[in-house]
Design a protein around this ligand. Structure first.
Ligand SMILES: [Fe+2]
Length: 358
């Protein structure tokens, strides 16, 4: 089966393009009572940036706690709260922040038009009704959440994305000015999600000219940024946004690999965020990606980044086995890495050995 790609509807790209957000939303405010639901990363709480948001009196602005990865119960609670106000559905749900905030926006907009808990829709193509309009505005780059058809959610039973025809955002605003204040090492860890997406997409069995073309170009731009003397120039901010976008898009025609399969396991028993978790795992994957792991370490060195060591040392044997269980459920990823006979190669012993090195 080929994937019927549904990328983001419209894209606005350019430095200070955020200032056009009011015009974009203005087109949607067709009635006097039309309102917009803004979800804003807590990083901006109390900062002057909030004054730049084109907020009308009837709009709702929520500051989003990004301590944990997005949860179905938070999605459900927010939708219930907004519905309880009796204002009808918003004309757009706008997510301003990193992958967590953008994924919340992409999920919440679906739950205004689909009944029950968002946990019912985790998986592929369970969403039946188009959601309300959704705008995503990344303020940190690397995850590809701004373009992906998936909104990753942790539910009562599983951590799994809602994915389908209605999941991608309708409008993307890419303003490189917005990522310039992201602190280190968070910017590095998140950016490396993009690097790892490309390395994984380009090294495996599920490949195509479409996926490769996007991944190769994303990787080329990424190397220009992170192998340069200064990864934080204005030009490199512009490049990083584009690399993240192209990397996210390339995955639709390929698949992530060993690092993501193991980092999802790590995330289920620790509270380590996706970007950092990937870096911790990738640093131990010479067996799968020997040249890229060397290059990754060179990028760390150039950017004075250190990866936490010994993160699995305090875990119980049961927790280690749980990580392996979760990782082995990601069969598409492992089949991409090692082919149809992956189960003979990716053994519990191999994964245990790797986890214990982290
Ligand atoms: Fe990722």
């Amino acid at each position: 089966m080929f994937r019927n790609l549904k990328p983001v509807g419209r894209i606005l790209y350019g430095r200070n393009s955020f200032d056009q957000l009011g015009d974009i939303l203005g087109e949607l405010r067709i009635k006097k009572e039309s309102y917009v639901l803004f979800l804003v990363d807590e990083y901006f709480d109390g900062k002057d940036f909030l004054k730049r948001i084109p907020l009308e009196p009837q709009d709702i602005l929520k500051i989003i706690d990004v301590t944990d990865e997005p949860k179905t119960k938070t999605v459900d609670a927010m939708v219930a709260e907004i519905k309880g106000l009796g204002k009808g559905n918003p004309v757009s749900v706008v997510g301003i922040g990193g992958g967590i905030v953008m994924d919340y926006a992409k999920a919440i907009r679906l739950m205004f038009t689909n009944e029950g808990s968002s946990a019912l829709y985790q998986g592929l193509d369970f969403i039946k009704n188009r959601g309300v309009h959704c705008t995503v505005i990344p303020t940190i780059s690397g995850t590809g959440a701004e373009v992906s058809m998936t909104t990753v959610l942790t539910g009562p039973i599983k951590k799994l994305g809602i994915k389908g025809n209605f999941t991608a955002a309708d409008q993307l605003v890419m303003d490189p000015e917005l990522i310039k204040t992201v602190p280190e090492p968070i910017r590095f860890y998140t950016a490396m999600d993009c690097y790892i997406h490309n390395i994984e997409a380009l090294n495996g069995h599920r490949r195509s000219v479409m996926g490769d073309s996007l991944g190769i170009e994303s990787l080329r731009i990424f190397r220009e940024i992170y192998l340069s003397e200064d990864s934080r120039t204005p030009e490199n901010e512009e490049k990083l946004m584009v690399a993240s976008y192209l990397g996210g898009l390339s995955l639709t025609y390929s698949e992530v690999g060993a690092c993501h399969a193991m980092s999802y396991g790590l995330a289920t028993v620790t509270d380590i965020h996706h970007g950092l978790g990937n870096c911790i795992v990738f640093n131990q994957l010479e067996e799968f990606y020997p040249e890229a792991v060397k290059e990754f370490r060179e990028m760390m060195r150039l950017n004075n980044i250190e990866i936490p060591q010994g993160v699995t040392a305090s875990l119980t044997p049961e927790q280690i086995e749980k990580m392996i269980d979760v990782s082995l459920t990601l069969v598409f990823m492992w089949a991409h890495v090692s082919g149809p006979d992956w189960e003979k190669i990716i053994t519990r012993d191999k994964l245990r050995g790797l986890y214990l090195k982290m």
